[in-house]
Design a protein. Structure first.
Length: 158
């Protein structure tokens, strides 16, 4: 069976995705180095950020969904964060078993410190780049996420 031919857009997306994979790996490594002195990894920092950015306490499954991650992976990390006193759990009035995840005082302090070291790092990454270009790249990434979500939703309904 012949290999399907990609369109010019398909070629461009393929090149972009391959570079995004490489960039993601670099960002995770850099993030790990940045927050290691705080006892965090990029994954732990990302989950703390999801908890902070939520409008209200959420169960693990919702946090995982918002992150685009597998619930089991998020649960494992949250369990580790709980052992270290960075997060705690509250009763969920809507579901007996799915407790709500909340930051502890120590978790909030750790997250705030991570953000203090992140600001100069982020500023240095932006050097030499036009804000307009960064915003355009962000819009393209959001559009790709929307297309992936739409495809996933269509595949699930089949």
């Amino acid at each position: 069976m012949p290999q399907p031919k990609r369109t010019p857009g398909g070629d461009a997306v393929t090149d972009l995705v391959l570079d995004l994979f490489r960039l993601n790996n670099q960002l995770l490594s850099a993030g790990d180095r940045l927050v290691a002195p705080l006892g965090l990894t990029s994954a732990r920092w990302q989950i703390l950020g999801a908890i902070v950015s939520a409008d209200y306490p959420q169960p693990v499954a919702w946090l995982a969904r918002n992150l685009g991650a597998h619930r089991q992976n998020v649960q494992r990390i949250i369990n580790d964060l709980a052992k270290e006193g960075l997060v705690g759990f509250e009763a969920n009035p809507h579901h007996r078993k799915a407790q709500l995840v909340v930051l502890t005082k120590k978790g909030k302090q750790t997250f705030d410190e991570a953000m203090r070291v992140q600001a100069p790092w982020s500023n240095s990454l932006a050097e030499g780049l036009a804000v307009k270009d960064i915003e355009t790249a962000h819009r393209v990434m959001l559009a790709l996420r929307q297309n992936l979500n739409a495809k996933d939703d269509a595949d699930e309904s089949d």
